[in-house]
Structures are given as structure tokens and as C-alpha cells.
Ligand binder design. Structure first.
Ligand code: C2E
Ligand code: MG
Ligand code: MG
Ligand code: MG
Length: 291
């Protein structure tokens, strides 16, 4: 009967569900080992000005599993959030970024501000700010070396709570960016009342540049709104010269994307630091064909 069919239809186990269940088991047992067995690394992606000057970088977590290969943070971060492992993981990220900053400074590199992603779930814990500031002070890294990236999901939390946390970070010298801007819930009045440094336009908008007047208008609007609020605008996921040129024309301040550089391992990143600038990939390709 129809009733039976509809009852059955939502307990059908698709291969997809099975895959997800086994993936969860894999993550559960393996993520803890990953930390102990040195399978995690931080890669750094340059943030540049329109002419390629390297002015900041984003720290992105990488997991190389000995059997399963590369596992994307987009996959295991949400899992870690659900399973209470995010604090341990994040503590490792913060510590490793601080270790890198100290190392690089000791070797004479001018290290720009490094951005660290923090999940809303973790940020919402009452003691997040104090324990973060405590950690970096113990590791002797200046708060002005760091920026935190938070997504709009955070803005679902009561304004006064976020406000006081942001202000504490800001007073200490930590910059704050709203990541993946435009994809989530965002109240303009929230943005106005928070001590933010940057809005990062989500890459889904950037990748639609040139595909239609409406897509282009969204970006133009985000940029002018951000500037009205005196925030810096960073475009993420810039892959083509066409996207870059459009973004420069709209007045976008900072750029991040494969056009300049993928996230790279420490050794490669310090080379970029000593060069001080990153040449767009297409310019390199053009040069090669000229030769
Ligand atoms: P996100 O913070 O928005 O980071 C930007 C993502 O875009 C990164 O993906 C980066 O590799 C990718 N990307 C950069 N430029 C381009 C481009 O030109 N084209 C394309 N297609 N992609 C580009 P990734 O590294 O896979 O990270 C995915 C997400 O995982 C991050 O998004 C962030 O939300 C989360 N994540 C990564 N590391 C951490 C971490 O240490 N802690 C937390 N809580 N989340 C993290
Ligand atoms: Mg980010
Ligand atoms: Mg983003
Ligand atoms: Mg993202």
C-alpha cells in the first residue's frame, strides 16, 4: 500500500548512507590517531593586494591519512565539531601556527598577519577568548600577528555576547574577519556593531563573476556595503584574471585564490615570504609560452 511504500521509502539504505556511516566510523577512530601520529599539517595560502604583494595568509588544516590519502577539512571539521573533538584539533592548529610564526621570525622573515579559522561552535564556548589569549601569550606570539575567521553562523548568537568577545580580542590586538560572507545569515546591524577588520566574500560569488549581471551586482553590493562600514574586503577563490580584474574594478581590497597560489606547505610559504609578492599563475603561463 501507499502507506507501506512511504514508510519504507524513508528507511531505505542507499549506498550513500552506508558510505557516510562508514566514513563516520573511520573519522572517529582515525582522527585521534592523526594528531598523535603526525598526519596533520598546516598549509598557508597567501592573501595579496591587486598587484600581488603578499600582505597576509590563511592557515588551512591538512590531513594526510597513510591509507586513505588526503582528507578534506570540509569533511572532518564538521565531524570534529559534532563529536567534541574540535577543541583538541583547534588547540593543535593554534599551537602549530604560533610555532611557525616564531620559527619564521627567528629566521629573519617578515611574517604578515596569519588568519586562523575558528568554528562557531568553539567560539561560542564561554571560555574561548580567555583560553585563546592565554595560549598565544604562553607561546609568546603577539596578538597582532593573528586574525580569527568566523563564519556568519556565529551571528545567530546573541549580539551582546559576540560583541563583548570580539571587543576583548580586539583590545588584545587580534583582528577578526567574517568568512564565507554572503552564504549565511547576516544581519547588517550586527556587522555595524562588531569591531571587525574584514569581510571575506565567499568563493561561490567570485566564481560566478561574468556569468550574469545579477551575480556581478551581488559582489558590487557587498564591496560597497563593507566599505561603508569601513571594513576591508577580501575575495576568496579567485582563479582567473577576468575575476581579478572585475574585483579590482569594484574596489575589492585583498585577494586570495589559485590564481596567485594554492595553500602551500611551510617551506614553500617562506619562499613566498622572502619574495614578498606572488605572480599570478596565468602571467607565469604566458611568460613560459613566450620563451
Ligand atoms: P575557508 O576558511 O573558507 O577556506 C577557503 C577554502 O577555499 C580552502 O579550502 C582553500 O583551499 C580554498 N581555496 C582557496 N583558493 C581557492 C581557489 O582559487 N579555488 C578553489 N576552488 N578553492 C580555493 P580547504 O582548505 O579545503 O578548507 C575548507 C574549509 O575547511 C575552510 O573554508 C574552513 O571552513 C575549514 N577549515 C580549514 N582549516 C580549518 C581549521 O584549522 N579550523 C577550522 N575550524 N576550520 C578549518
Ligand atoms: Mg577561512
Ligand atoms: Mg571562506
Ligand atoms: Mg568555507
Amino acid at each position: 500500500t501507499a502507506k507501506e511504500i512511504s514508510r519504507d521509502s524513508y528507511i531505505v539504505y542507499t549506498p550513500d548512507l552506508e558510505q557516510r556511516a562508514s566514513k563516520n566510523l573511520l573519522l572517529q577512530s582515525e582522527l585521534r590517531n592523526a594528531l598523535k601520529q603526525d598526519q596533520l599539517a598546516i598549509h598557508y595560502q597567501p592573501v595579496v593586494t591587486g598587484d600581488g604583494k603578499l600582505v597576509a595568509a590563511e592557515a588551512l588544516l591538512r590531513w594526510y591519512h597513510p591509507e586513505h590519502g588526503y582528507i578534506s577539512p570540509a569533511e572532518f571539521i564538521p565531524y570534529a565539531e559534532r563529536n567534541g573533538f574540535i577543541n583538541t584539533l583547534s588547540e593543535w592548529v593554534i599551537t602549530d601556527v604560533c610555532r611557525f610564526i616564531n620559527d619564521a621570525i627567528k629566521h629573519g622573515y617578515a611574517v604578515p598577519r596569519i588568519s586562523i579559522n575558528i568554528s562557531a561552535k568553539q567560539f561560542n564556548q564561554v571560555d574561548f577568548v580567555s583560553s585563546f589569549l592565554e595560549t598565544i601569550s604562553q607561546l609568546k606570539v603577539s596578538a597582532t600577528q593573528l586574525q580569527l575567521e568566523l563564519t556568519e553562523h556565529l551571528l545567530l548568537t546573541e549580539l551582546s555576547i559576540i560583541q563583548s568577545k570580539f571587543e576583548e580580542l580586539r583590545r588584545a590586538g587580534v583582528a577578526i574577519a567574517i568568512d564565507d560572507f554572503g552564504t549565511g545569515y547576516s544581519s547588517l546591524s550586527y556587522l555595524q556593531h562588531l569591531p571587525l577588520a574584514q569581510l571575506k566574500i565567499d568563493q561561490s560569488f567570485v566564481q560566478q563573476i561574468g556569468c550574469g549581471a545579477k551575480d556581478d551586482a551581488i559582489i558590487t553590493t557587498i564591496v560597497s556595503m563593507a566599505h561603508a562600514l569601513e571594513l576591508e574586503v577580501v575575495a576568496e577563490g579567485v582563479e582567473t584574471l577576468n575575476q581579478r580584474n572585475f574585483l579590482i574594478n569594484t574596489g575589492c581590497d585583498r585577494f586570495q585564490g589559485y590564481l596567485w597560489s594554492k595553500p602551500v606547505a611551510e617551506a614553500e610559504f617562506v619562499e613566498l615570504l622572502s619574495a614578498g609578492a606572488v605572480i599570478p599563475a596565468t602571467a607565469i603561463a604566458l611568460k613560459k609560452t613566450e620563451q
